[in-house]
Design a protein around this ligand. Structure first.
Ligand SMILES: [Zn+2]
Length: 113
């Protein structure tokens, strides 16, 4: 149910932007989703279809760009893709890691007509 609240706020934002720009219709929404958010693009699309009925956003397609989780080792400064269940640096085996990518969730741009 996580996705419904997210889609609602995304939809509000898109609608506001589109109206501000005098758009007649929203064609495409470019969304960035980090894999660590656990948000499923298909779920967002179906909630969007539901929420947008009767608005200028109705029929808009969602283009989702997923961001793989990435971490930074605070000990050696190396960056690498986070592997599940393994919270150590592959280079120095340090365990002082910072997540630097994978938690993104935002509308990158919208295409209006
Ligand atoms: Zn390291």
């Amino acid at each position: 149910m996580h996705e419904l609240a997210i889609t609602q706020s995304m939809f509000d934002l898109v609608l506001e932007q589109a109206e501000k720009n005098g758009a007649k219709r929203v064609g495409k929404i470019n969304l960035v989703i980090g894999e660590l958010t656990g948000v499923v693009g298909d779920c967002v699309q179906s909630y969007l279809d539901f929420l947008s009925k009767g608005t200028i956003v109705e029929g808009a397609t969602l283009s989702v760009q997923t961001v793989p989780p990435k971490t930074l080792c605070k000990e050696c400064g190396d960056t690498f893709e986070l592997r599940e269940f393994d919270w150590t640096c592959p280079r120095c085996h340090g365990s002082s890691l910072d997540i630097i990518a994978g938690k993104e969730l935002f509308v990158e741009s919208i295409e209006v007509e």
